[in-house]
Design a protein around this ligand. Structure first.
Ligand code: BV8
Ligand code: ZN
Length: 246
């Protein structure tokens, strides 16, 4: 695969690189995406499950769905896409991951500097007193309750809920001070996450999109690679590595 020389030159002069990722980077690990052809949103409507009222209305159903996804995630491994992003930490002063994924795979791949915009399925907390419960939860007596009697929920951001302030503010700051902003495996339709693409663009970052198909933001990027992230990311790193030795 031929990687544009000007992108390699840009990489060679870059100090800071950001990877903004969505469900597409975990697809090759066997985790279904949301909107792809076998996307989970085809079967279930986000507003039916990924929102607070649905949880209060029917916590069993919502927990059943998250435990189903947790099982898939626990039986999956980071793929070459996640691993290449982690490897990039050895080539640039600053590599930041800003992810919409709740699957923990970037961390399992070895990436250190990660902003989780929409939470993490491995954490849970009480809707009442906000106490955290991160150990395996016991569902033998139905939906787990906190000592205060409150329902325990997954620490993920549901539609209509604000993003964790520290994660979003940190992502905004990083997106305003980066040389290259990679957009990997996201349909870029969920806000305010997708807005970070334009924050980076307005701050002069070079935008590189990696996706199977064109997306909402394709017309705003400087470089587009259409194909699997697990193939394209290693090719870009290889081209960069061979350019620094030669
Ligand atoms: C909020 C966690 C303030 C839970 C998630 C402005 C305009 C319009 C709407 C809004 C707006 N501002 C707010 C809204 C409302 C809403 C929103 O954005 N709605 C959308 C649907 C229009 N946003 C919110 O509600 C946010 N909160 O705004 O709070 C507020 C408060 C009160 C009242 C009003 C406002 C909270 C949003 C967060 C919701 N939580 N996840 C969970 O996971 O269960 S969102 C969830 O869906 C993911 O985290 C992710 O963000 C999104 C899915 O998108 P992707 O990850 O991109 O996945 P998708 O399947 O769509 O695409 C995959 C892509 O990968 C595809 O393009 C495919 O081609 C590609 N691909 C596939 N395989 C590969 C590949 N690419 C490369 N390689 C491959 N192998
Ligand atoms: Zn409690």
């Amino acid at each position: 695969m031929n990687i544009d020389r000007s992108l390699i030159e840009k990489l060679k002069s870059s100090r800071s690189v950001i990877f903004f990722t969505g469900a597409g980077i975990s697809a090759e690990s066997g985790i279904p995406t949301f909107r792809g052809k076998d996307g989970i949103w085809n079967k279930l409507k986000p507003e039916e499950l990924a929102n607070f009222d649905a949880f209060i209305r029917n916590p069993d159903m919502v927990w059943e769905w998250y435990n189903h996804r947790k099982l898939i995630i626990h039986n999956s491994q980071p793929n070459k896409g996640h691993l290449t992003i982690a490897e990039m930490q050895n080539h640039f002063d600053e590599v930041t991951v800003i992810t919409q994924n709740i699957d923990n795979l970037h961390s399992r791949a070895g990436s250190k500097n990660i902003f989780e915009l929409h939470g993490n399925i491995e954490r849970n907390y009480c809707v009442n007193c906000k106490r955290f419960y991160n150990k395996e939860l016991d569902f033998s007596n139905g939906v787990p309750k906190c000592e205060c009697g409150g329902l325990i929920r997954p620490d993920v951001v549901w539609f209509g809920e604000y993003l964790p302030d520290d994660q979003f503010k940190g992502s905004e700051k990083a997106s305003m001070n980066t040389d290259i902003f990679f957009i990997v495996g996201t349909s870029a339709v969920v806000y305010p996450a997708a807005g970070l693409v334009f924050t980076a663009k307005q701050s002069g970052a070079v935008l590189v999109e990696i996706n199977l198909v064109k997306t909402e933001i394709s017309s705003s990027v400087d470089y587009s690679f259409f194909g699997e992230a697990g193939t394209i990311l290693p090719n870009i790193l290889e081209a960069y590595e061979s350019s620094i030795v030669s």
